[in-house]
Design a protein around this ligand. Structure first.
Ligand code: NAP
Length: 272
């Protein structure tokens, strides 16, 4: 198979954009990119056509992943253009609300769960038959916050913890699909800007200053580092023995997928 067909949610910027580029450039995959920011998705298409000379290998769906019709359109487009779905990178996510449980806005809390968790359930339900027949792979972007409670991040922590369990359930029910949750490390994206700028008044001081310190000392990961591993996993690097697991992006198992400038200080297995 020359071009596996991979659906990437949240492909407009940050980790998702870097995953989409790595799929196209390094792993010879076609990409169905979903996000709300149309010009960013257009620029991914332009990148493929102008920089990689890869015509017809990016299709886009502009929309909100919480809307079922957006997921339907993505599935239809992928099948129409490439006749198959070989993998999903479930990446679209939001951090907010950052607030203590006593003070949360319930609608904001629900919204976090809809974006981070329920959209993944919808995408899985609609793609499992296709992933089964392709012996496909699902890589869900989790977080260290899935296994560690962070003050005033309850919605995010709960959504990511549930993502880990969703992946375990998927692996149990679908032996023909490999499903893995990945912790990408602390990555230099818009989400980290939200932590630094909006977290100061509400997060625990030691948590907030840790993120500020990582940024100030230039220790945030470049999105391309975990993205390279994630793209390698979704196109075939994730194996049966990984299915159902939650892994740091740079564990030994995935060492051969790492870019040469990997940040080895994060190389610790978190949990299985
Ligand atoms: N950065 C980190 O340190 C870090 C650490 C651990 C885990 N993660 C996880 O990594 C993933 C990517 O985050 P990031 O750091 O790359 O953040 P980011 O730069 O803010 O990117 C988030 C992506 O999700 C998309 N998105 C958000 N809400 C959406 C919605 N309702 N519908 C469609 N797309 C939506 C955004 O696109 P549009 O705005 O264009 O829709 C964007 O492409 C997230 O799941 C995050 O939880 C990040």
């Amino acid at each position: 198979m020359s071009h596996p067909a991979i659906v990437v949610t949240g492909a407009s910027r940050g980790i998702g954009r870097a995953v989409a580029e790595a799929c196209l450039k390094t792993f010879n995959a076609n990409v169905l990119a979903i996000a709300r920011t149309e010009n960013a998705l257009n620029s991914l298409k332009t990148y493929a056509e102008k920089e990689l000379n890869a015509q017809g290998r990016v299709e886009t769906v502009v929309g909100d992943v919480t809307e079922e019709r957006v997921i339907d359109e993505a599935v239809e487009k992928c099948l129409k253009h490439w006749g198959r779905i070989d993998g999903l990178v479930i990446n679209a996510g939001i951090l907010e609300p950052m607030e203590t449980l006593a003070n949360i806005d319930l609608d904001e809390w629900r919204r976090n769960i809809e974006v981070n968790l329920l959209s993944a359930v919808t995408l899985l339900k609609k793609t499992i038959p296709h992933l089964r027949s392709a012996n496909g792979r699902v890589i869900a972007i989790s977080s260290g916050a899935s296994v560690k409670a962070i003050h005033s991040w309850s919605a995010y922590c709960v959504s990511k913890s549930a993502i880990n369990m969703l992946i375990r359930c998927l692996a149990l029910e679908e032996p023909d699909i490999v499903a893995v949750a990945i912790r990408p490390g602390v990555v230099d994206t818009a989400m980290q800007t939200v932590v630094r700028t909006k977290g100061s008044n509400v997060m625990a001081e030691q948590d907030h200053s840790r993120f500020v310190g990582l940024h100030a000392s230039n220790q945030l990961l470049s999105p391309e580092d975990p993205a390279h591993v994630i793209a390698g996993l979704v196109v075939g690097g994730a194996k049966k023995e990984h299915s159902g697991g939650y892994y740091n992006w740079n564990v030994e198992e995935f060492a051969e997928l790492m870019r040469k400038n990997e940040h080895s200080r994060y190389a610790t297995r978190v949990i299985t």
